[in-house]
Ligand binder design. Structure first.
Ligand code: SAH
Length: 218
């Protein structure tokens, strides 16, 4: 069982992680503040307590992963989050990324296709602290048409293509951060939706994500 305790040791390790992310090129202080504020070890099994602040991904339930802190920071920085932004996240996983976004003042709509993970989120520790996160069980390729349009979309799994419905659900002027598969690794892209509905594309570094899969998994 996890003990929700954020000790000085945890805080110290987190500070070191933030320093490392800064060295690796993360410059948005609001992103770094959010990482410094959120106890990442709460999102992992207590067996990982000592290593929760290493800059690496870990296995969670249902064969899925909690993204590496650098990846979370990188995607969040590209999203240029402003307070009150309505953000659609594909791939709730451990809820760590969603929590970082919520801490920065975003209104987060997060979708998970694995029922087991979605059910685990019912015990989400920060539910009362971050009522600005809404959880959905579904297929991220479909997005959430009833809640659209969104200011920002973040995909946290390897996308085989740019999902057209997610582009549709983006506001004009909105941004989508998507790791697009290039055969084995994924190119981080930031798409900007123009007023006329067309999309411009900026390309960034290569990353490695678990695959974005179609349909739900009960
Ligand atoms: N953002 C997560 C990272 C989880 S890894 C975190 O902070 O921990 C990617 C997640 O995307 C996995 O949980 C996987 O089940 C989920 N996923 C993959 N394809 C999906 C889809 N089509 N719709 C919704 N979730 C999907």
């Amino acid at each position: 069982m996890r003990k929700y305790e954020d000790t000085y040791q945890h805080k110290g390790l987190r500070k070191k992680l933030v320093d490392l992310l800064r060295e690796k090129g993360i410059t948005d202080e609001r992103v770094l503040d959010a990482i410094n504020a959120i106890p990442r070890h709460y999102f992992l099994d207590s067996a990982f307590d000592k290593i929760a602040y290493e800059d690496r991904a870990f296995q969670i339930a249902a064969g899925q992963t909690i993204s590496q802190p650098y990846t979370v920071a990188y995607q969040t920085q590209l999203l240029q989050i402003k307070k009150g932004d309505k953000v659609l996240e594909i791939g709730t996983g451990s809820v760590y990324q969603a929590t970082i976004l919520a801490e920065m003042g975003a209104r987060v709509y997060t979708i998970e296709r694995q029922k087991k993970l979605y059910d685990l989120q019912k015990g989400y520790y920060f539910r009362s602290k971050y009522p600005n996160i809404k959880f959905f069980f579904g297929d991220g390729f479909e997005g959430l048409p009833t809640y659209a349009p969104f200011d920002k979309v973040i995909i946290t799994a390897a996308a085989p293509f740019i999902p057209p419905k997610l582009v549709e659900q983006l506001k004009p002027g909105g941004l989508m951060v998507i790791p697009l598969d290039e055969g084995g690794s994924q190119r981080m892209l930031r798409l900007t939706k123009q007023e006329d509905g067309s999309v411009t594309e900026e390309a960034f570094d290569l990353f490695s994500f678990v695959p974005m899969l179609t349909g739900k998994n009960l």
